[in-house]
Design a protein around this ligand. Structure first.
Ligand code: NAP
Length: 258
């Protein structure tokens, strides 16, 4: 049983749907004040309303310094501090290398990697003042560990987050601020549900646990990394993928049997 985080404040970027919504709801259940951030106020407000009166929505574009400053100001104005940042917002448009334009590459790097730097920078003054802090990045298995056609820019952004994390963790250790990352495998989100049963069945077949991950699976790992008990863990990753990266071949999956 982890010590209670009740009354602490978390900012969840990309909290309006998918994994971020799962993280926001889980932290809300644990009694934290939750600032739900997305570019669309109504969507962020909807998730905040699901969580309860200790949550608020905030419209901010985290790929811009202004958006990140507004997000930090909103948390301070509403809740009086920032204890935890879950930097989760991200996009994953597809483009094969032969078609990818420099603008498409920059767009994904800005939305996923630059936003990580900007979000972390924006919460540092409040965490430094508080004398501690927890930063949890949502990276991916795609990029740091695996590859997928159409996602070279995405994979670069997700691997880049880990490079950023390792040096940030060293720099921020004296301030008692930890920086860690969760690496989700294939997670069942609203977007993925829309891809259809066949698509989902194919994905499930490639995962030793034979199911997609849930947003709660990711949220539980994020909650642990945000806990007091994780105070001595920094610059590390937790892969939450049902064993997806383990089989060395299709044969390995077939040899599992049932
Ligand atoms: P999603 O359902 O598409 O949700 C993305 C969230 O990010 C939305 O709340 C979106 O809200 C927000 N967002 C996007 N760009 C933003 C920006 N510039 N500023 C503020 N908010 C922004 O995505 P997801 O599948 O939950 O993925 C969430 C994270 O998990 C991403 O970092 C992704 O790379 C990672 N991940 C997902 C999976 C998976 O299987 N789903 C696997 C591995 C890693 P608005 O559009 O309203 O801004």
């Amino acid at each position: 049983m982890l010590k209670s985080l009740q009354g602490k404040t978390v900012i969840v970027t990309g909290g309006s749907r998918g994994i971020g919504r799962g993280i926001a709801r889980r932290f809300g259940q644990a009694g934290l004040n939750v600032l739900v951030v997305s570019r669309h106020q109504a969507d962020a407000d909807k998730v905040a309303a699901e969580i309860g009166p200790h949550a608020a929505g905030c419209a901010a574009d985290v790929s811009t310094p202004e958006g990140c400053a507004a997000m930090a100001e909103a948390a301070l104005a509403r809740f009086g501090g920032i204890d935890i940042l879950c930097a989760n917002a991200g996009i994953f448009p597809e483009a094969k290398l032969t078609e990818m334009t420099p603008a498409q590459f920059d767009h994904v790097i800005n939305a996923n990697l630059r936003s990580t730097f900007l979000s972390v920078s924006a919460v540092l003054p409040a965490m430094t003042k508080a004398g501690s802090g927890r930063i949890v990045l949502t990276s991916s298995i795609t990029g740091p560990i695996t590859g997928y056609p159409g996602w070279s820019h995405y994979g670069a952004s997700k691997a880049g987050q880990l490079g950023f994390m390792r040096t940030a963790a060293i720099e921020l250790a004296p301030r008692k601020i930890t920086v860690n990352a969760v690496l989700p495998g294939n997670i069942l989100t609203e977007g993925l549900e829309g891809m259809g049963a066949d698509y989902i069945a194919k994905m499930e077949a490639s995962i030793p646990m034979k199911r997609l991950g849930s947003v709660e699976d990711i949220a539980n790992a994020a909650l642990f990394l945000a806990s007091e008990e994780a105070a001595y863990i920094t610059g590390q990753t937790i892969t939450v993928d049902g064993g997806q990266i383990l089989p060395e071949s299709l044969g390995a999956l077939e040899a599992m049997g049932s």
